[in-house]
Design a protein around this ligand. Structure first.
Ligand code: GLU
Length: 425
């Protein structure tokens, strides 16, 4: 029985979906109801005001959050999101997903997330730096290499992490690189961290192909929704495997070529022009049309909630790899699974990012750094192993719903740890 029920957590669709999925997993695995009740809410949340001076001299105040969902297995871990739709409830839902993700892939880390409600594309570099520094300073009492370790997410990158690391270190008086991951290489970042999420997505697709018995070759069609840090790398890696990437999109819309893109040329074009439109030998396509393409593999790698009850009937992909966190809502997910679509769930498919963040943290503590080949090999081994554990779980629980099986695997490890630690006081 929960005593407090203000409804504050349930305010966002992402949080509600995460709880619905947790409840379903709890039902199938017959989870201890006391543990279920505890996992439905975050451990701790901090709301901060982030005032900054804009370039025109005016002061603007933004709202920031850091939520620690569960820290049974180790320090909190999770990204920092800068986006205009960020809310306390959304950050809490994302922190919950981080808990299950870290547990599923066997990391000694808990789940956390942070964010600021801001459209970063409207800020200058200086304004973004001020925002990052003040936000870091406001949350400094709950983060740290042994407490909670932020990383990049939507709207943040290696430079953002460098500013966070510097601010935190300045306040303590010495360099503390382990306070964040996803740092630039020159500041103790890890080789392969920037590409790790996209690469991990593709490693899980390769295992899916083996599991379902199909080859990835020039007849395999792929559509990628979102062309940022995750989508662009996943598209590139799929093309390197020989697949035909026929459609990609970003916030402004997408492009289509039924014969598949020359990915090298496309990446060069995007880097130069910062847009997809106008790429030679392609026709424009809307984001909705891309999601409805008849392709073998769809990779929604932009943001949550893009496949929902209103557009799910149009989705024709055979395999969907969730590159973003929560791109398919609970209703749509159920409908797709019933239709036999194979969905590689976010907490498995996009876990590559946090796995290599963990490697970065470990390398930093040892002051001993690995080659990119070593990072990729270790990443592959962890994510492929988790994939097979989840598939075994699907057989054991007689379900074709991989999301439920992945959650069960994550929650199961956590449940054992929570029961061993017991309830304080
Ligand atoms: N933001 C990424 C995620 O959602 C990475 C988090 C991390 O590396 O800590 O998984």
């Amino acid at each position: 029985m929960s005593i407090l029920n203000s409804g504050i957590w349930e305010a966002s669709p992402l949080y509600k979906n995460a709880v619905l999925q947790l409840e379903e997993a709890g039902r199938v695995m017959k989870l201890d109801p006391n543990v279920l009740e505890r996992l439905k809410r975050p451990k701790r949340a901090l709301i901060v005001s982030v005032p900054i001076r804009l370039d025109d001299g005016a002061v603007a105040v933004f709202e920031g959050y850091r939520v620690q969902h569960n820290m049974t297995l180790g320090p909190g871990k999770g990204g920092i999101r800068y986006h205009q739709d960020v809310s306390l409830s959304e950050v809490a839902g994302l922190a919950m997903l981080m808990t299950f993700k870290c547990s599923l892939v066997g990391l000694p880390l808990g789940g956390a997330k942070g964010g600021i409600c801001v459209d970063p594309t409207r800020l200058s570099r200086l304004e973004k730096q001020s925002l990052t520094r003040r936000y870091t300073s406001e949350i400094n009492m709950i983060i740290g290499p042994d407490k909670d370790i932020p990383a990049p997410d939507i709207g943040t990158d290696a430079q953002t992490m460098a500013w966070m690391m510097d601010t935190f270190s300045q306040e303590q008086g010495y360099a503390i690189p382990g306070v964040v991951t996803g740092k630039p290489l020159d500041l103790g970042g890890s080789h392969g961290r920037a590409e790790s999420t996209g690469r991990g997505v593709v490693y899980t697709i390769i295992e899916t192909a083996k599991h379902l018995g199909f080859d990835i070759d020039e007849n395999t069609t792929v559509a990628v929704h979102g062309f940022g840090k995750v989508g662009s790398v996943a598209a590139e890696e799929m093309a390197l495997l020989g697949a035909k990437v026929v459609a990609v999109s970003d916030v402004d819309g997408g492009i289509y070529n039924r014969n598949g893109f020359n990915m090298k040329a496309l990446l060069a074009y995007y880097q130069k022009n910062r847009r997809l439109a106008g790429f030679p030998e392609s026709e424009p396509i809307t984001n909705d049309e891309l999601l409805a393409l008849k392709v073998d593999i769809l990779i929604p790698a932009a943001i949550d909630g893009v496949i929902h009850s209103k557009n799910v009937a149009k989705v024709k992909a055979k395999v969907i790899a969730e590159g973003a966190n929560g791109p398919i809502n609970a209703d749509a997910h159920k409908a797709l699974v019933e239709r036999g679509v194979f969905i590689i769930p976010d907490i498995l498919s996009n876990a590559g990012g946090v796995i290599v963040s963990y490697f970065e943290w470990v390398q930093g503590m040892q002051n001993f750094f690995w080659s990119e080949a070593e990072v990729n090999e270790k990443l592959k081994s962890i994510i492929v192993n988790a994939f097979h554990r989840v598939v075994d779980g699907m057989h054991r629980h007689k379900t074709n719903d991989m999301k439920t099986a992945a959650l069960i695997a994550g929650v199961d490890r956590l449940n054992r740890a929570m029961l061993l630690r017991g309830l304080f006081p």
